[in-house]
Design a binder for this molecule. Sequence first.
Ligand code: ZN
Length: 222
Amino acid sequence: MDKNKRAVVVFSGGQDSTTCLFWALEKFDHVELVTFDYNQRHQQEIEVAKEIAVEQGLKHHILDMSLLNQLAPNALTRDDIEVADGEDGELPNTFVPGRNLLFLSFATILAKQIDAKHIITGVCETDFSGYPDCRDIFIKSLNVTLNLSMDEDFVVHTPLMWLNKAETWEFADQLEAFDYIREKTLTCYNGVRGTGCGECPACHLRQNGLDTYLAKRNGVNN
Ligand SMILES: [Zn+2]
């Protein structure tokens, strides 16, 4: 078993992590998925992740992270808190403190268990939402810490780190997963799959990126 060919993808069933999944499938021989259940606003997120895992024939680990909600209830985990963008340099209220720190740590512990060297996450600094744990410097720092903690040489990959949303759609297209991701994934804060509710900040971001990419693609074809 060559652990250099084995990978774990942090997977939410959304556009970004599904794009990462297809990237990982091109790059590695053996890919497993890990999804964190932290009482997301929409339990449907877990169902979508499960369905995609089954369709792609991949082993899927679902880990209970409800302690995160116990510590820090926020707009992603509570129906009674409305999703809002941050104002004047404040963090948006969708920020869950420590989320990526915990998720990547648990994903790496899982990687150790299944003898995988590579961990893939869809975090991105380009459309910077204000989440400090999506920054490249944080991921690199955590990668070093994880390796020191287990005396290993894990590599945390962030294929979307420097892509904007339009470029992420283009990337999905290059991976021949554009239609699949467009139809199957769930990004919307209101739990509407594919094109989404069209109203929430996640839908606006996704749709703007899609429109930009489609304009470019159609421009090239004409
Ligand atoms: Zn929406």
